[in-house]
Design a binder for this molecule. Structure first.
Ligand SMILES: C[S@@+](CC[C@H](N)C(=O)[O-])C[C@H]1O[C@@H](n2cnc3c(N)ncnc32)[C@H](O)[C@@H]1O
Length: 288
């Protein structure tokens, strides 16, 4: 019981950039009374994360990531920790898929916790259209596929073609094991969003946008402005954007400022564990 409550304390929305976030009280969420939305209990989130997320211990994961990052930096001369987006994309391009999987494992572990915490009591119970920005090899996409209602359509956008090829090879299923409809496209998310066939995504047609380990790591304010404009274009009124904040790229205050000017309001935030200081923000596009 305590184990169930403790993590909630860590991710209950409070303030972002010193301002209270506009959220439904969690008691509301616990009652499961939001009409038309799905609620994921902390117990479910932990169980699903244990079954579908990385199996390694936190210690093992951190050690492996540290060793791999040191190797990349000093032997292969690849430094992916940069908020200059071109440099970040070039660094990922220089890695093998196996190297990327090693350095991304902590992110993959966190995704199985932050995404459902942000979606709980906000995810519509009916099929949705979702876009996973900077989806890498599909590890964040797998979480969206798992938690989205059956019949949903998920599109992963990723700059690196090899990562996209790898993501396409994976099998994506819903929480109850049904096949999920997931497609991918290789493109920069700083360009207008297109679907797997290359058609421009229609305005006001998307319910959910997600980004993990990207905006907070590899985007400067000017990039985030472009992203905010495109997110505002494609999202339906009241649609949600779950966006990671960080240190190298944009922190929560900067994201808040940029997205607020494009009609978004922060309605929640989620962290993977109490030690995680890089919250994934949940922003809602205002109804027109
Ligand atoms: C840390 S990884 C996160 C991958 C995935 N979201 C996850 O959580 O597993 C960051 C990814 O962002 C991608 N990326 C960075 N800038 C991008 C851009 N402008 N357009 C598309 N992808 C980008 C990189 O290629 C890399 O795969």
């Amino acid at each position: 019981m305590i184990a169930d409550i403790l993590p909630e304390l860590a991710w209950t929305p409070r303030t972002v950039a010193g301002r209270p976030v506009a959220v439904l009280p969690k008691s509301y969420a616990r009652g499961g009374v939001s009409p038309g939305t799905l609620r994921f209990s902390e117990r479910t989130i932990r169980q699903v994360a244990a079954e579908r997320g990385p199996r390694m211990s936190a210690f093992g994961m951190c050690c492996k990531a540290l060793v791999r990052e040191t190797w990349l930096r000093h032997v292969r001369r690849i430094d992916f920790r940069t908020a200059t987006n071109d440099k970040a994309c070039a660094a990922y391009e220089a890695m093998t898929v196996a190297e990327f999987a090693d350095i991304n494992r902590k992110q993959a572990w966190a995704n199985w916790r932050t995404i459902p915490r942000n979606l709980s009591d906000r995810m519509p119970a009916t099929p949705i259209r979702a876009v996973d920005l900077c989806c890498g090899i599909g590890e964040s996409t797998a979480v969206l596929a798992c938690y989205a209602p059956r019949g949903s359509q998920i599109l992963g956008l990723e700059y690196n073609r090899r990562f996209v090829d790898d993501a396409r090879r994976a099998r994506y299923t819903t929480i109850d094991g049904a096949p999920a409809a997931v497609t991918f496209r290789a493109q920069s998310v700083l360009d207008e969003f297109r679907d797997a066939r290359g058609s421009r995504i229609a305005s006001s047609s998307i319910d959910l946008i997600n980004a993990c380990g990207a905006v907070g790591c590899h985007f400067a304010p000017a990039d985030a402005l472009r992203l905010a404009r495109e997110c505002a274009r494609v999202l339906k009124p009241d649609g949600l954007a779950l966006l990671d904040s960080g240190y190298d790229g944009l922190d929560a205050a900067a994201l808040d400022e940029i997205f607020t000017t494009h009609g978004f309001t922060i309605v929640g935030r989620a962290v993977s564990c109490p030690l995680d200081r890089r919250a994934q923000l949940c922003l809602q596009r205002s109804a027109l």
